[in-house]
Design a protein around this ligand. Sequence first.
Ligand SMILES: Cc1ncc(COP(=O)(O)O)c(C=O)c1O
Ligand SMILES: [Zn+2]
Length: 414
Amino acid sequence: MPLSYFQCSDCGQCFEPDQVTYNCLTCGGNLDTHFSFEENPTEINQKSILESCELSIWRYAPLLAAPDPGFTTTPLHQVGFTPVYQPESLRKSLGMQELWIKDESRNPSASFKDRASALVMARAIEANFKTIIAASTGNAGAAMACMAASVGKQAVIIAPRSAPPAKVAQLLTFGARVVLVDGTYDQAFDLSIEASREYGWYNRNTGYNPYTVEGKKTAGLEIWEQVLLKREDSAPKLTIFIPVGDGNILSGVAKGFADLQSLGWIEKLPRLVGVQAEGSAAIYNAFKTGKDVIHPVDAKTVADSICVDLPRDGLRALKRVRQSGGYFLTVSDQEILQAIPTLGKAGLFVEPAAAAAYAGLQAAIRQGLHQPDEPALVLCTGSGLKDVNAAIRAVAPAPIIEPTLKELKEVLHV
Ligand SMILES: Cc1ncc(COP(=O)(O)O)c(C=O)c1O
Ligand SMILES: [Zn+2]
């Protein structure tokens, strides 16, 4: 296994792998992984990765901080390697030359969060933890519960009582012990940390457990393989639109590209654009000030997955966006809801947070931040089945008629 040490993304302090479990022991910042292949890139064989028959995140096992745990005939081995589409209708309607959409609804529990939960599970197996606890707005918990069910471990999930019912139903169906708090995600987060200390359970929280970013970096590795490797070296830089709540997905995708750069497998980093909801824009606000200080907000948005008062990985996401030459922007709830049927018409059924990323691309083009001749990839992070009520709000209701041809003709107008 190539993990050599952890380094705090905030104060820079380094730790031996067995010295820390979660955050920096000095300042509480989030930890980045560092690998032996950074010193010796030739220890990794690119060809054997590209020729691998494994079509999941475990294809990249030589680049990951926890070993492939096996369970090859379970959902744990079906995470990742999600498809990328090039929808002609959307590309044309935006006047673009090159548009990619990565469809994360194809993961076992139907969101991007399976990537993080799979790596956390691999680490839990390696370190012999039996119970894993997570605070979640819904998807991270559902992903953890799904991975725990795959391998016969217990998941304990704490979510806000406002979590969409489909997500709560998923948690319960996967057999997790589910507790809904009469409070916010942020309060669920703090409570889950207290509980993991009290009971000795492994805590999966986003922006706390360093293995979440490890899992999420596999999306960056896949974008390299599925998109960057297919383009000319001289082609314009790719811009990636990512929905942002805590900032951990963005940090993870960026880590994937950083590792590829250490290996010498890419030269330039893709530009990363963090899309926040107007009503949950703590990182965007900090980006605008140009300072590394994030003030919590009183978050409120239709996109529950990116509804966060105090982003737990905001500082690292800020740094990664600046390093990549990217930016943050915000979109309104109305723009988010409108993007749901727009993506639907290209065959994608997404939840509001995923729609926010596409609304972000639309807004960036409208505001002149993104030129239509610049290639873009939109990360669609979760399925519309996660929040059917939002989809219902986003479309006109179907007419109800008597079952006669006459009435059918009247409503179809044909
Ligand atoms: C579907 C979806 N999109 C985007 C996000 C935002 O990710 P992060 O909180 O890491 O920024 C989440 C997080 O729960 C999510 O579930
Ligand atoms: Zn630190």
